[in-house]
Design a protein around this ligand. Structure first.
Ligand SMILES: [Zn+2]
Length: 75
């Protein structure tokens, strides 16, 4: 069993619009909004983009760390 390995913890540009999961080039269909309270002010939102296949994996990854704030469709 391997842990999910999302990409770098950087904001993604809208132009990329591909899934944040490592090695996945699928078009993003979801945005995961998250915040690391050790690094970010409370109102800061980092964004990971996700395809349908990796959405739950990334939600679990962020949820375990209590970083996840919101999940919204990426249009
Ligand atoms: Zn993906």
């Amino acid at each position: 069993m391997t842990d999910p390995q999302p990409g770098p913890l950087d904001d993604q540009t809208e132009a990329e619009a591909t899934c944040s999961a490592r090695g996945c080039q699928a078009p993003a269909t979801w945005q995961l909004l998250w915040n690391n309270p050790k690094l970010h002010t409370p109102d800061r939102r980092k964004v990971w983009l996700s395809c349908d296949d990796h959405r739950q994996q990334l939600i679990d990854f962020l949820g375990k760390r209590a970083f996840l704030k919101d999940v919204v469709p990426h249009v």
